[in-house]
Design a protein around this ligand. Sequence first.
Ligand code: BGC
Length: 862
Amino acid sequence: MPLTTAFVATLAIFGTAILTNADAPAGAPPLSLFPSPWGQGGDYGWDAAYAQARAFVSNLTLVEKVNLTTGTGWEFDRCIGNTGSVPRLGFRSLCLQDGTVAVRYTDKNSVFPAGINMAATFSRSLMRRRGEAMGAEFRGKGIDIALGPVAGPLGRVPAGGRNWEGFSPDPYLTGVGMFETVTGMQSQGVMATAKHYILNEQEHYRNNVDVTIDDRTMHELYLWPFADAVRAGVGSVMCSYNKINGNYSCENSWTLNYLLKNELNFQGFVMSDWGAQHSTVESALGGLDMAMPGDGGPRGSIYGAYWGGALTESVLNGTIPAWRVDDMAARIMASYYKVAAISGNKPRPDINFSAWVPPNVTVGPVYYRANASIEEVNLHVDVQADHGALIREIAAKSTVLLKNKQDKTLPLRKPARIAIVGDDAQDAPGGPNACVDNKCYKGTLATGYGSGPGNFPYLVAPATALKKRAAADNATVVEAPNNWDLDAAQKAAEGADVALVFASADAGEGYITIDGNTGDRNNLTLWGNGDALIKAVASVNNNTVVVLHTVGPVILDYAAAHENITAILWAGLPGQESGNAITDVLYGDVAPQGRSPFMWGANISDYGAEIMYTSPTPQAPSQNFTEGIYIDYRYFQHAHTKAVYPFGHGLTYTRFDFENLTVHPFHGEGAATAAAPSKTTTRPAQTYGVVNSSIEANEAPAAFKGIKPFVYPWLLHTNSSLPKWLNSSTTGDNRDPRTNGSAQAVLPAGGAPGGNPGLYDTVYAIGFDIRNRGTVNGTAVPQLYVQLGGHDNPWGVLRGFDDVAVAAGERVHVEMNLTRRDISNWDTEKQNWVITDLQKYVFIGRSVVDIALNSSLPALKL
Ligand code: BGC
């Protein structure tokens, strides 16, 4: 029952202006000059963690503190990123490692379904369980910091190369994915990393594109899921490569200092994406806490790094206040202690792999780039446990049944003759790990390419599992694996009871180009002749079932409308158990419960925003997110465009009715904004321990023999350069306002991790019943959408969902809550979330367009 925006009240209240200095809260410095908030401690375990961190950091010298903040250099140590260590206190380097679906560059690990599949489950418990399993695998390899999960890209553009690493273009769904994944991973003693913060929405020009965005869109879309990660206690946030409103993300006072560390009250540390740091002082004052991978730096620099010794020097000469470096170290150690405490302070395992030796190799250099210290670096520790079963379960449950003609094509009922068509059903020649970072497109597609994937322990191809299953039924299988041989495909399909056509579309990170696609997809068609293959088969077999392994939407209008295409399944990027999982679904051992986490448009232009593939100023490309909050389904609704398949759509083998909607203001009253944070100012910035500012105390000990080209924290100088910089500090009126360590105002929308705790108070309780009308058990995925009122809000925004098992013929009652945050808009002028007095509505649906129940929201007593 689609409603139009015409039916709601009309006030246009939201400005879309870019933040200017005038928008800074009264008394605060301009946003571009906001000092980097220092870690406070606080609820959710941060107080205890900070007590330990302060004690630890108080014992450190300046160079030891700096050593924690700076990576030792690309490929120098065993992990993808390594901090310096504190040998004097027996504290080894922190090991940072990709990826987002597997532990990258090792062996005896699992390959999990991608983030986009997790979104498709609409299941909090599966998201949590995957987080726990992945966390255990990272921990088992001796990794301290896992480089995931992903909320940036959010998915502004459907062809975005890394969308599959994240969850969904819907910020609420992605926010739940972030919260559950972070919670699951950190329960295992591994720090999670929310990345890439923020607006890293495409791979073309990712290193320098300057994105212009308005404050409201920032809050209501892109920042939203990061708030959930912070509320979950995420240990680190990775700042992205791009610029935002003129400044690089890793030195951006607005996004790092003002939004993340003040408003969202982030208590962990900010690390740079690999090479996303561009300065020594600007990044330190702009809110960066850890430089990765550490080496690089300005041309001609004697340090070979922006930080390391250069940071030590900047503290000693007064450009960077000592409290800022102390805060970096305290933030890093607080995250370390917090996550250790969650997992019961179990001993920290040694790093037992090396990212830089091939996975089957055992002996290699500990310091790879220096080719030094040849030892057993890869102990082949098996961390897979029983995760294969979970991967199979998630892969099956995340499969979205887009089409099932007359509700009866699937599940299959022991067909006697089966055609399996397409390279995407088959093993890749050379096996699943033939190409590092998954950078060749061959065989079944189970994950995308770039830094997200890892080595497969095995990959069950669909044809392998289907043939096994068919053999059990004494069925005949005919295969046509070559996508370009349409004659062979048709021959195989002719006369088959069912023709299963497998097709795929890949994407990944921009440092890899496959078939002309540089990370981002060039279009939304299937790869490898997939569309022609499907059409060829469907022209000769009237029971053609299409299975898609794609990184996101593809143009499917022809298949949706085709009489002979009787079923379409989207299996996303399912990971190592791909074949088993799709067989489970096709044969009905698992009822599909996936729901599409994005829109399926008939044209790429239906999505509004598109990738910027070229720029008239490639050295300084810029992009304005003028579509504002209207992306994916919000845009389709706004433009009144019909999708081929909508967000939230997914069939199963039964039918659910929703009934008896009740809506109750919770406790009967609320407030238009959350109460002011309990503390309105912070403490002044603190330093820990004493800084010995003599040159000798900050130089390498005479006997120290470094490993070239390691990045070290010590001062380096020539006799002639020394007097120029030492104690040349800028003081008094010339001081950069970002060096001001006096007590800071706590922003009204802040006060606790994730923002003002009042945002998370329940303000409405929503109840309804689900009835299973069919003859088989199934899982319903009721979706709650809210219309926030007025012309300036989308028709509806997702604000609740659940996966509810309902047995055949049974009825189950479901309760959902709406929080203050769920029904608020961001008010740029007030710099706060507000509940407007516009009439609001709530909808319960099977998808964003298949709405079963609706009600107005009774006014809260404000
Ligand atoms: C990617 C990150 C990744 C890092 C380390 C960067 O290029 O953007 O996602 O964690 O490399 O491999």
